[in-house]
Design a binder for this molecule. Structure first.
Ligand code: MLT
Length: 234
């Protein structure tokens, strides 16, 4: 069996995913700066559950059902007014045993768009090797690059390309090949993240340490799996 690796590279494609038949597909969702990096940091540090919500209203409704949950997320990179935490991965490192509800501009939207797929995994540079191991024996893989607002985001393609590089025998679509080329274009993931629009914007806001955190390759062996709209460690 040859693995087929495809990629969805921008939010317009992601918006159409709910109308596609993905029953036989494993989606790996990347929002490296910063949503999925925050989630993996949380799971690796003992967070019990993450509930991704597409909108602020949905996050607030979930919190009414789960009053003990931490409410996190961002809009324009900033913590949402009245929420407990923002989207800084380091905030997610100190919530052992907790349940988090989070809504972000692109990352949580992309995750929810994949919810009818056969399997949904949370991808980041932080856990590339672990995700690759979890994909062993999988036939159809869609690398879902969450992007930024309405556009492609380089850092997501870099992480998807790092993952694709673990499968030299796979059959790659042009979109997946573009991810591999994105990863190969830089001497290191950090170089790539610092060249990206999001990396520059975060660094410009004094958050370079967060970019450096998210650029660490395979620091954690945690894989997040979303089932019934809830992400837990595999
Ligand atoms: C997103 O989901 O769009 C990002 O994670 C945004 C961010 O962290 O600033």
């Amino acid at each position: 069996m040859t693995m087929i690796l495809d990629a969805a590279l921008n939010p317009a494609e992601i918006e159409n995913l709910p109308s596609r038949d993905l029953a036989g597909t494993t989606c790996v969702v990347f929002d490296v700066l910063r949503a999925t990096s925050s989630m993996i940091t949380g799971l690796a540090n003992g967070v019990a559950e993450i509930h991704p919500a597409a909108t602020i209203e949905q996050a607030l409704a979930l919190r009414a059902e789960l009053p003990d949950a931490i409410l996190g997320g961002e809009r324009n990179g900033d913590r949402i007014e009245g929420f407990d935490i923002g989207n800084n991965p380091l905030e997610y490192a100190a919530l052992r045993g907790r349940r988090i509800i989070t809504t972000t501009t692109n990352g949580t939207v992309a995750l929810r768009a994949c919810e009818r797929a056969g399997r949904v995994l949370v991808g980041a540079l932080l856990n590339v090797a672990a995700v690759a191991a979890a994909l062993a024996g999988t036939e159809n893989v869609l690398l879902v690059c969450a992007g930024t607002f309405e556009t492609f985001a380089l850092e997501d393609a870099i992480a998807a390309g790092e993952l694709a590089s673990h499968f030299p025998g796979a059959s790659l679509t042009d979109a997946a090949r573009a991810c591999v080329a994105s990863a190969r274009a830089f001497a290191s993931p950090l170089d790539g993240l610092l060249a990206s629009r999001n990396g520059q914007s975060l660094a410009g806001r004094g958050w370079r340490a967060q970019v450096e955190w998210c650029a660490q390759l395979s620091r954690f062996d945690s894989v997040g799996v979303m089932t019934g709209g809830i992400i837990r460690a595999l």
